[in-house]
Design a protein. Sequence first.
Length: 277
Amino acid sequence: MDFEGKIDARALAGVSETALLTLNGRAYQARHRQAILDDPMAIRVVDAIDFDFAKFGRRRGQEMALRSLAFDGATTRYLAQHPEATVVALAEGLQTSFWRLDATVPDPRFRWFTVDLEPIIELRRRLLPESPRITTLAQSVLDHSWMDAVDDTEGVFITAEGLLMYLQPAEAMGLISACAQRFPGAQMIFDLPPVLVKKFAPKGVRSSARYRVPPMPFSLSAAQLADLVHTVPGVTAVHDLPMPRGRGVFFEKVFPAFWRWKPVRNYRGAYTLLEFG
């Protein structure tokens, strides 16, 4: 797909603008000569957008690529058992997960279902290739009517990458609960920031003099996440996923070891996989 000119993305604001932040981080890491993430579509998309990415400062670290690796790994494991499943990407932003998985999953037959707000869906339509296996729906993920449009006959895997932390606690828990009850047998993966973020950065984390990441009012500790199996009907298992290994001593050895260290388990962030029964 050839892009003619630049596509203006400057109208995105608030949480939707974080789609550009994470896209830029993944593209930056994918360009690295020792890239840990193979994401050529992210590079092509970021090059096609008219936007001042410098406003985000230096938030181009490996964390964004590592998160994508964690989500890709969990999705791939589910698809190995359910090759024709529907992957539901909630508030997907400008993620390019479909094309990474399409290139790596043997004989890809999975279907993709994107739910996001109209400005993001319009950008995706203009920036990303079409596929008969991709369905998009322009609406809030909090309008649970999207569930009725999902084909769950061959299994469902739900991703909420960079989403739940920006919701109010009741909204986030309501979404998890609704997914658990509506899609028995499915799995859901999401990420959360450290629980201290909402306490020490109630107005959001500043990444540069010109940009502040929106507030993150929702987070749970590892112990609270583990308790979901007792407090949310339909949740039958909770898995605390490991941090993938990155590039360099810190991200290859120190950070993954820190992630596994029990004394900090309830204070660090989380990659959480839920099983629904």
